[in-house]
Design a protein around this ligand. Structure first.
Ligand SMILES: Nc1ncnc2c1ncn2[C@@H]1O[C@H](COP(=O)(O)OP(=O)(O)OP(=O)(O)O)[C@@H](O)[C@H]1O
Ligand SMILES: [Mg+2]
Length: 325
């Protein structure tokens, strides 16, 4: 099973309007509500791909309960840690002009005791011995200590379970320091977190700190895996347009989908992952399929298969943006 920590889950609300106008009252044409936060987007894609996954997340208040119920309905298993602060809501306003506006609440204050409860939940799940990989994805709520991420990474290492971390800023650096198997920022997150001027330099900084590999997603420019030995890169699927929000989360799911299906994975990869071109192609195919979907965390598996079979055939699709982080 893939264990996924989402430190700052959210009810993702998407409002579609005819045309966004600042300072005006808008009639909402459609509303969609999904359990979100990057980790839950990864989990929803993994479930769609038929890969057993379990979410660990702090949840508070009636919004937290709403997310728990929605995860049940989606068939994504979850171990909730009840917290006193109310789980946040993020609002995305979209129209047909490809300029979504996102309002992202910072998330509730989570106490040190509540973080220890999250960490114990992660540790207990790892102790069961059936975790194939740990994913840590998304922002930390305001005021959270990035050391919590380091703790989860260290715990996965102690259990010889590889971990993939898609966090930003100090949390990304903390994950690298703790020896994350894969850090997966997009390029601008990598440069912002490391202060580097170019991608290779930024990746080397995370590798120097202790990450075993750094997978950098480049939006329409594809995806690359950096190790101390060099770079492997694959282009993006050509001609795809739509809503790129959540493409990185789908790419993370696609990377794992390729890796855990390899023979020998169950025997235990001892914390190392061979992020080769085939794994990156899977990530790029999932990322592109997510672009085609108006809602983050939704994915058309038939599109993934098509992209893997014919990566060079340009795609033409209706263009309609939607949703969320
Ligand atoms: N316009 C696009 N066309 C084709 N493929 C794309 C496009 N945008 C993204 N992808 C694929 O999805 C992958 C992940 O996208 P991106 O780098 O935008 O992630 P991200 O910025 O982390 O997104 P998010 O955090 O919102 O999920 C890319 O590496 C690429 O392979
Ligand atoms: Mg991302």
């Amino acid at each position: 099973v893939i264990l996924i920590v989402t430190p700052n889950p959210a009810i993702d609300v998407t409002y579609r309007v005819a045309e966004q106008r600042i300072g005006e009252t808008e009639r909402v044409l459609d509303v969609a509500r999904y359990p979100g936060g990057k980790g839950l987007n990864v989990g929803r894609v993994l479930v769609a791909a038929g890969i057993a996954s379990r979410a660990v997340l702090p949840l508070g208040g009636s919004s937290g309960q709403w997310i728990a119920d929605a995860l049940d309905a989606l068939g994504l298993g979850h171990s909730d840690v009840r917290v006193t602060g109310e789980t946040r809501t993020t609002v995305t306003v979209v129209d047909d002009r490809a300029h979504p506006t996102m309002l992202a609440e910072p998330g509730p204050a989570v106490t040190a005791a509540e973080w220890s409860a999250v960490s114990s939940t992660v540790d207990r799940a790892l102790d069961r011995g059936d975790v194939d990989a740990l994913v840590i994805a998304g922002s930390l709520p305001r005021g959270a200590d990035p050391a919590v991420v380091a703790h989860w990474v260290a715990s996965s290492r102690a259990h010889h379970v590889p971990c993939v971390v898609d966090c930003s800023g100090p949390a990304l650096l903390a994950a690298a320091d703790a020896g994350a198997t894969v850090c997966k920022p997009n390029r601008s997150e990598l440069l912002a977190a490391t202060g580097a001027d170019d991608e290779r330099q930024g990746a080397l900084r995370l590798l120097d700190r202790g990450a075993a590999a750094v997978v950098v997603s480049r939006g329409p420019d594809g995806i690359a895996a950096h190790t101390v030995d060099g770079v492997v890169e694959v282009p993006a699927i050509a001609g795809v347009s739509g809503n790129p929000t959540g493409a990185g989360d789908a790419a993370t799911a696609g990377l794992l989908a390729a890796l855990i299906r390899r023979p020998g994975w169950a025997a235990g990869p001892a914390g190392a992952l061979d992020v080769d071109a085939a794994a990156l192609r899977s990530a790029a195919a999932y990322g592109a399929a997510a672009v085609l979907s108006p809602v983050a965390g939704d994915i058309d598996l038939a599109a993934v298969e098509r992209f893997l079979a014919h990566p060079d055939v340009p795609q033409h699709h209706d263009h309609r943006t939607g949703s969320t982080a």
